[in-house]
Write a protein that binds this ligand. Structure first.
Ligand code: AMP
Length: 233
């Protein structure tokens, strides 16, 4: 499935609510096309853990399940995309999350001074992972991760061999702070309110491809690879 290819793929945007499988699918695209995953949630969590200025500004907002300001996030993304490892392409995971961020990204990619995504393609391939609401709740509340190796489990769908313990590291699994039930509702509400317009934005410009995210992860991956290959055929 994850046969590697070093073809230039350009920017890839994965849209979908928390729990839709963006993280899992991003990693698979990354492994196949040898391009980095740029996850704004991961970068923000890293900054919070390190206690950086950005992390201190974002911490309370994230704990409430709200969105960090566009200015902070866009600046952070720009810095990341300037990294040479993004030249052949990259997967944006969790970004853009508002219509303003989508407009900002188009402007950035259109900027002749910012040529990381050229000459392959200026515009991202945008895929939306569509998942049933109840399925999402189970996926998020069941999610556990290993603090040592980062491996993700799900108590309902993909439990570890020993309850609460990582198969590989033996570490006690943790629930991410922003996966707690009281934070999920506002996160899903924020998604509906603010990120729907992003899908609409790309739909209007004919760039949105829908993927059925309710299907098993391997089938979703196969469909995503087909879409990426078709775009480059
Ligand atoms: P995620 O892991 O993508 O669900 O992100 C976790 C949290 O980080 C979100 O609930 C937001 O508080 C923040 N965050 C991540 N990406 C963005 C973004 N593009 N814009 C604003 N806030 C973000």
């Amino acid at each position: 499935m994850a046969q590697k290819t070093s073809r230039d793929i350009g920017p890839v945007v994965l849209l979908g609510p928390p729990g839709a499988g963006k993280g899992t699918q991003s990693k698979r695209i990354m492994e196949r096309y040898l391009i980095p995953q740029v996850s704004t949630g991961d970068i923000l969590r890293h900054n919070v853990a390190q206690g950086t200025e950005l992390g201190r500004a974002a911490k309370a907002v994230m704990a409430r399940g709200e969105l960090v300001s566009d200015d902070l996030v866009c600046e952070m993304v720009k810095k990341r995309l300037c990294n040479p490892d993004c030249r052949r392409g990259y997967i944006l995971d969790g970004f853009p999350r508002t219509a303003a961020q989508a407009g900002w990204l188009d402007a950035l990619l259109d900027d002749k001074l910012f040529d990381n995504s050229r000459p392959t393609r200026a515009w991202p391939i945008v895929m939306s992972l569509d998942v049933d609401y109840n399925q999402l709740l189970l996926r998020i509340t069941g999610r556990r991760s290993c603090p040592t190796c980062g491996r993700i489990y799900n108590v309902h769908f993909q439990p570890p061999r020993v309850e609460g313990i990582c198969d590989l590291e033996g570490s006690r699994l943790v629930t991410r702070n922003d996966d707690r039930l009281e934070v999920i509702q506002p996160r899903l509400a924020a998604y509906e309110e603010q990120t729907r317009p992003v899908a609409d934005y790309y739909q209007r410009t004919g760039r949105l491809v829908s993927v059925d995210g309710d299907r098993p992860a391997d089938e979703v991956t196969a469909q995503i690879f087909r879409i990426l290959e078709d775009q480059h055929a």
